[in-house]
Design a protein around this ligand. Structure first.
Ligand SMILES: [Zn+2]
Length: 138
């Protein structure tokens, strides 16, 4: 592990910043405040000499909205599943995504609905609390 990754890993002592699982070898450095990316249109004008036509080609490339957030102070260790699920969300957006899983499961998953009907799943109204929040509560 390089020095920068070691410093990020040390922030939690090797636990996922969000779910608190013990990080395996393949952990991610998550941007706590997301970089945010928007497609940036780039236009190219070029002349097709054979037909003497001017054509315009537009390509898109994703560019960070907040490149200053790509800084060690904003990087936290995360397990791949939390990092990928959080995506480009803020921590409150991530919390909202997790809350909505129950709604989504009740709408679309027959397996979930059956497991619930037979008492194998009990839903709770508990708030989603992340690992790093539990550390501050103590
Ligand atoms: Zn996690």
């Amino acid at each position: 592990m390089n020095k920068k990754r070691q410093e990020i890993w040390n922030k939690s002592g090797g636990k996922c910043w969000y779910c608190g699982c013990v990080l395996a070898d393949k952990w991610h450095a998550d941007h706590f405040e997301p970089l945010g990316r928007l497609p940036n249109a780039i236009s190219y004008n070029y002349e097709d000499t054979e037909y003497a036509l001017i054509r315009t080609k537009v390509e898109t490339k994703r560019v960070p909205l907040n490149p200053e957030r790509d800084h060690i102070d904003n990087l936290v260790p995360a397990c791949p599943s939390c990092n990928l699920m959080k995506g480009m969300s803020s921590v409150e957006g991530f919390r909202e995504i997790i809350y909505r899983f129950i709604e989504s499961l009740n709408s679309y998953s027959n397996q979930y609905k059956f497991a619930k009907k037979y008492g194998l799943i009990v839903e709770s109204q508990e708030p989603v609390v992340f690992w790093f929040e539990r550390q501050n509560a103590g």
